[in-house]
Ligand binder design. Sequence first.
Ligand code: GLY
Length: 434
Amino acid sequence: MIKVMLVGGGAREDAICRKLVEDGAVIHACLSHLNPSIVSMAENVFVVKETDSEALFRYAVRNQADLVFVSPDSALETDLVDRLLERGIRVASPSRRAARIETSKAFMRELVDRHRIPGQISNRVFESPEGLGEYFHDLGGEYVIKPIGLTGGKGVKVKGDHFASDQEGLKIADLLIKKEGQVLIERKVYGQEFSLQAFSDGSSLLFMPVAQDYKRALEGDLGPNTGGMGSITSSDHRLPFLSNESVEMAKETMRQVAASLRKEGSEFHGVLYGQFMFTGTETLIIEINARFADPEGINAIFLMRGSLLETLFGIADGSIKNRITFEAISTVLKYVVPPGYGSDPKVVDLAVQADKFQSNPRLYYASVSGSLTKVKTTSSRALAVIASAGKIWEASRKVENSLEWISGNYYHRRDIGTKESIAAKIKSTGIRAS
Ligand code: GLY
């Protein structure tokens, strides 16, 4: 029996856990709350803060894990992976040095500059407010303010979306400098954002289908940014509103990022996840992350054919030997969230007819406790429902229909993957896939 220690307890980790169990692994789950689905599948459960590297390290040694997969970004920022590697334990996640590609946005921008990787956006790091106003002006008043470190998808402030004037921009940037010592200012770019994930064994990348995340809390892409309200993929593994060149360019950028990390002695073993903006002409880097995307990673795992377990061993050992493929069908995922999620969330109880969700649509459990049929939410995303079909809008409808099996006071975005939503995206980029 192969013992895999899985760190993380959300819907993404529920999907990883389910796939690894199907592949024959025995799961030792390390999570901060008792996710009922993961608990139902795991051989052993350790309730622990995902950033408590000391406790996690001791658990891995005590339980003689054959392989460790560290999923959340907050855990990748700790020394856990480095300590496990030093101890000779196989890990399918990046070292702390390699994970800087996500944990320091300044490091990512500098790496892209140093190696002249395509897709760079004008940017500057400030350690004092001096010169900020001038830089805002240089960017034509079109800019984004980013903390250097992890934000859980919620810390980025976009001019025109989250604040209106340069005066407000100065205040936000100044506060970040006071709090964190630095702030990153980037040119604001317009277009369709997309996600490209790949398994990396340190030298080569195995790409997953292109996906798009619906980040805003409310329908019509309104409201605050969230960790992601849902995600789509299409049967051709590239979205209908992106050009082939755009996807190829993103792949090339990712290959160059992995090669540059390797050249600098930070070989990347794990899941590399690029967020790109297709402007209609250019493909620009928004962020590069060191993990599965949430929720887009769930779409990829749902489509995966072949052994994820073998692939994770390949990542750890520096050579992926098996072939993973992805089913040629469209998917839509929608998160069920507590009312007020993103601004003023309320904790609620939900009743779930879990047995109705079989393979398609499928249900994954996120930040909830309780049982498979009666869950209590937290202030975060609660349940993820995913379905596949020939067309994106058909998968969206399938998810909608299945939501009658979940009752209680919850919110979800009905517009994710609808015909209207996809048509608007096609109109915005002027690309229509053949
Ligand atoms: N899809 C957003 C994220 O995983 O950061």
